[in-house]
Design a protein around this ligand. Structure first.
Ligand code: SF4
Length: 494
């Protein structure tokens, strides 16, 4: 499960390669299709709330696909809550937790390869089996496709993706199965990683998949060739957003790559930007073909050259994305230009309101600059979505209080807040000094437990968030405005 709000950009990139090279292919967004399949099912559940919600499913889907749901945050919350109820009804006897963005099985862990293999061994037990059994069978029988690529980004997708792989193995034993995507990349960068899924997955691909596709089909790539992503095979009217949000990655990696515990740094991913002029060409081309209503820039941090290019040649549709806190965003004239160029929202990784914590994390900005950036963006009419990270090894209850005070001071200028609790990445060299002795990790665990040097553990952080941060009057108002499940993906519509 991943939020079904927009098509997956990585697959659009691969579809662009195959289209340009005349390689016949089919695209299936099994995430979006599977969720709609469950939402449209009829379930025998004698629950008044469910019955009310189920009667309105079509109306709610329509409302999320037009601007109706976004006219009022309370109406929006009711809409997504009703859809969540219907999803819950689809699995009510199985102990599975399912939402519009999450899928957890009570018996199988997505970080334990033996459990994942069990999920692959009994695909018919999977919640989505009736959907993918019909869909994959009909596509493969019609097209005769003999290579299937599976894209895995989130842990929530693992069990169902492997149930699909297990099904394909049984039904079409000769098919070659290749898996890639962000999660596979992280698995493969784990020291000593060996494919624990031999017999199921033929090949795992780390990093971008373009090269393997060209290699499979014996196509030669000139180093300078650029492929424009293609969205023409995606079900663009089916996503649960006004049709449609165009996701576009103008770079891979991060231009800063210095923040502590960031996967970009730990995995030593190279920063590869696409030239801004090329980015604008791509966006214009795709916009002409598919008429998006919103551009979602997926970069870890939109670069200053790209900001400049967007102000000089606005893409003609509103856009948003992540930005690092830097001097340019404290410049009022520059932010007004961004606003005029269509920038509706910027996502800002503030993480903490304590300078010592920011310095220890190597964020590379001062709190004074962060204040000026947030104020300037607000004055320019650009919505700010601020990300906070509580419970890092350098934070104490006092520094967490500083973060609360920072947010309260800026509550008129911050539009949305995402308060997260820190997870210690298992394979970051910096984490070794903090590991809990004897803590047992599964073989594919991404995070590990640790003893906080100041006793500011997850329990204490949770309590602080619940008792203080979320109860602060200035902050409560901001948190209540956040769209549940879809969060930043739907925030620009409000
Ligand atoms: S700016 Fe973001 S992506 Fe870049 S290193 Fe820092 S946390 Fe990582």
């Amino acid at each position: 499960m991943a939020k079904p709000g927009e098509p997956p950009a990585g697959i659009a990139k691969l579809a662009g390669v195959m289209k340009a090279e005349n390689i016949p292919h089919t695209v299936i967004d099994a995430n979006c299709e599977g969720i709609l399949f469950l939402l449209k099912g009829k379930y025998e559940w004698d629950d008044t709330w469910y019955k009310r919600a189920a009667r309105k499913t079509e109306q709610h889907l329509h409302s999320l696909r037009t601007d109706r749901a976004y006219q009022n945050i309370n109406r929006y919350k009711q809409t997504v809550k009703d859809l969540y109820r219907v999803l819950t009804a689809s699995v009510r006897n199985e102990g599975i937790r399912i939402t519009l963005s999450d899928y957890k099985h009570p018996g199988f862990s997505p970080v334990k390869s033996s459990d994942i293999r069990k999920a692959a061994g009994s695909p018919e037990a999977n919640t989505f089996y009736r959907y993918f059994e019909q869909r994959l069978t009909s596509v493969i029988e019609q097209t005769g496709d003999d290579i299937v690529g599976i894209s895995l980004f989130y842990l929530n997708q693992v069990l169902t993706a492997f149930a699909m792989i297990g099904f394909l193995r049984k039904r079409f034993p000769c098919i070659r199965i290749i898996a890639g995507g962000g999660l596979v990349n992280t698995w493969m960068k784990k020291p000593g990683f060996k494919n624990p899924f031999s017999g199921l997955v033929d090949e795992f691909v780390a990093g971008p998949g373009e090269n393997i596709i060209l290699c499979l089909y014996a196509k030669k790539r000139d180093g300078a060739t650029h492929y424009t992503p293609s969205y023409s095979l995606f079900p663009l009217d089916s996503y649960l957003s006004p049709p449609y949000i165009l996701p576009y990655a103008a770079s891979r990696g991060c231009p800063w790559k210095k923040c502590a515990f960031c996967p970009e740094k730990a995995e030593n991913n190279t920063y590869v930007p696409i030239p801004p002029s090329r980015v604008l060409q791509d966006i214009n081309l795709i916009s002409k073909q598919n008429k998006p209503v919103l551009l979602h820039l997926l970069d870890n941090a939109i670069s200053t050259p790209l900001f400049n290019a967007l102000t000089e040649n606005p893409p003609g549709i509103p856009w948003y994305g992540y930005a690092r806190i830097t001097d340019v965003l404290a410049d009022t004239d520059f932010c007004i230009k961004l606003k005029k160029a269509g920038c509706v929202m910027l996502q800002i990784g503030l993480e903490s309101g304590d300078q010592e914590v920011l310095d220890a994390m190597n964020k590379g900005f001062t709190l004074d600059l962060a204040s000026r950036v947030i104020r300037t963006l607000h004055r320019a009419g650009i919505v700010t979505y601020v990300y906070l990270l509580f419970g890092t090894p350098w934070e104490t209850s006092i520094s967490a209080q500083h973060t609360l005070e920072f947010c309260a001071r800026h509550h008129h200028e911050i539009d949305f807040i995402n308060p997260a609790i820190f997870n210690m990445p298992v394979c970051d060299p910096a984490c070794t000094g903090y590991k809990t002795e004897g803590f047992y990790n599964e073989d594919l665990s991404l995070y590990t437990d640790f003893i906080h040097p100041e006793g500011w553990g997850r329990r204490e952080v949770r309590q602080f968030l619940h008792d203080w941060f979320k109860k602060n009057k200035a902050i409560t108002g901001i948190l209540k405005a956040t769209p549940p499940f879809f969060n930043a993906n739907h925030a620009p519509f409000f």
